[in-house]
Design a protein around this ligand. Structure first.
Ligand code: PEP
Length: 260
């Protein structure tokens, strides 16, 4: 059996800030200054501002090493889709990542599992890394269907992204009941689902499954981040609320750095 620490060491931790529909040019300049003053060696740090802030955030990031991502993408390469943004447009803005299938998009904007898979494929085709969000609702957890839900959501993405290396996506396990609620999955609850996701990937390709980053999202804060990051299959975080505070976000990045 492979040594868990050794296997985890092949995956560079990722800490991504999902700003959602928050911020302004002025706020984002302060935030990026605060984030980029942090020092860590082995964590990839990413911010995902609203579309309209991408250009100014890119400018603020400069050569600090902080990476840029978007919060959503259309599944089509171009065309008559008023209001939508394509993957190549995001690349042109300097994005390297894009979040797809966030639970708010699934619940509030009716995104289907197939649509999420198509978005992941559109991102990959343009050279972006999709961060694919999966997670069960409170009702689904109480009904004991967490594993079925997560397995099905991941399978839909794998179906639509065949032909790409599995490790070219990042998976974010985000239990819906923990997003923006202050409730966090315990490290054991999160690890249990991360291990299931890892096994689903390893069943397709052992090496790729071991190389794929699976990050946790759901009220991650400086005080709970170290114990979550210490779990063998948690490779970083997708952070909402705490990513809007530079001190908190830096502390989470440091926790990820220390766990690697
Ligand atoms: C998110 O929006 O992806 C998220 C995890 O939010 P929060 O950290 O606020 O729960």
């Amino acid at each position: 059996m492979k040594n868990v620490k050794q296997v985890k060491g092949v995956r560079k931790p990722l800490v991504a800030g999902n700003w959602k529909m928050n911020g302004s040019i002025e706020i984002s300049i302060d935030l990026i200054q605060g984030i980029s003053s942090g020092q860590w060696d082995s964590v990839e740090t990413l911010v995902c501002p609203p579309f309209t802030l991408l250009s100014s955030v890119r400018h603020s990031i400069g050569d600090s090493g902080v990476k840029l991502g978007a919060q959503d993408v259309d599944s089509h390469p171009s065309g008559a889709f008023t209001g939508q943004i394509s993957a190549s447009m995001l690349v042109e803005q300097g994005c390297e990542y894009v979040i797809v299938g966030h639970s708010e998009r699934r619940a509030l904007f009716g995104e289907s599992e197939r649509e999420v898979g198509l978005k992941a494929q559109a991102a990959l085709s343009a050279g972006l890394t999709p961060i694919v969000c999966l997670g069960e609702s409170q009702d689904e957890r109480e009904a004991g269907t967490t594993f079925d839900v997560v397995r099905r959501q991941l399978a839909a993405v794998i179906d639509e992204t065949q032909g790409n290396r599995l490790s070219s996506i990042v998976v974010a396990y985000e239990p819906v009941w923990a997003i923006g609620t202050g409730l966090t999955a315990t490290p054991e609850q999160a690890q249990e689902v991360h291990a299931l996701i890892r096994q689903q990937l390893r069943d397709l390709d052992e090496t790729e499954g071991d190389a794929t980053r699976i990050v946790y999202g759901g009220s991650m804060k400086p005080d709970n981040a170290p114990n979550l990051m210490a779990q063998p299959d948690i490779d970083g975080g997708l952070v909402g609320g705490a990513s809007l505070d530079a001190d908190s976000f830096r502390a989470i990045c440091l926790a990820a750095d220390q766990m690697n």
